[in-house]
Design a protein around this ligand. Structure first.
Ligand code: COA
Length: 189
């Protein structure tokens, strides 16, 4: 008699998936390892605090065991008072033990493709031009834009997904994302 053969697909070594609430603790620990505690003082944080990432635009990279090895999220912002809608990308981080293995680039390519697919017109970030330049980001059109807090002007970079979105854009970036729901108050008996 022939025995049934069970075919088990091998797990992918790494996979980019949508972040879930169960990933939050691991993502925060990864960000602390990769960026240190000062990360919370960045002016980008002002645009993220109390908000949820843009719908469908929070990703983690998992290894074969399911551990979070990379993270990237994008946030809804407005470019100046009444200005066009755009996304703010960040933080992007990779587990320090896995640097330079292509994880950051894979997360970037996935995030940009999903943002374009969802119809977003432009993405901004504060980061190193030598790294983000390879994905098309530059400071060419951010000269009249500003972050709501201290930042290095030459590190404010942008990528247009729809050509011309940033023409004439000016002013300080404003948070425009969905607000986090307040946690229900619990009272001690
Ligand atoms: C920056 C970071 C996300 C890159 O991810 P990664 O998976 O290590 O990078 P990748 O494997 O995709 O790319 C590696 C390439 O990027 C280059 N690179 C990495 N960080 C760079 C930086 N800050 N500036 C310029 N180049 C950089 C590497 O030298 C390498 O170049 P090569 O392709 O010519 O060899 C990651 O190193 C990280 O988490 N750093 C700490 C957190 C951080 O700084 N986040 C970005 C905030 S701006």
């Amino acid at each position: 008699m022939k025995m049934p053969v069970e075919i088990v697909d091998p797990l992918p070594v790494l996979a980019i998936v949508a972040e879930t609430p169960a990933d939050v603790a691991a993502r925060e620990a990864l960000l602390d390892r990769a960026m240190g505690p000062m990360r919370r003082k960045k002016s980008s944080e002002k645009l993220r605090r109390g908000r949820r990432p843009s719908e469908g635009l929070a990703f983690v990279m998992r290894d074969a065991a399911g551990a979070v090895t990379g993270t990237v999220r994008l946030w809804d912002v407005r470019l100046g008072e009444g200005g066009p809608a755009a996304l703010l990308l960040g933080p992007l981080a990779v587990d320090p033990s896995l640097k330079n293995a292509g994880i950051g680039s894979a997360l970037m390519r996935h995030a940009l493709a999903e943002a374009a697919r969802l119809g977003h017109a432009a993405i901004l970030l504060v980061g190193d031009a030598p790294y983000y330049g390879r994905f098309g980001f530059s400071a060419n059109k951010t000269g009249s834009l500003a972050m709501p807090g201290p930042y290095e002007r030459h590190r404010l970079l942008a990528l247009e997904l729809v050509e011309g979105t940033l023409d004439g854009a000016h002013g300080t970036l404003k948070a425009a994302g969905r607000k986090l729901k307040a946690l229900p108050l619990t009272f001690a008996a």
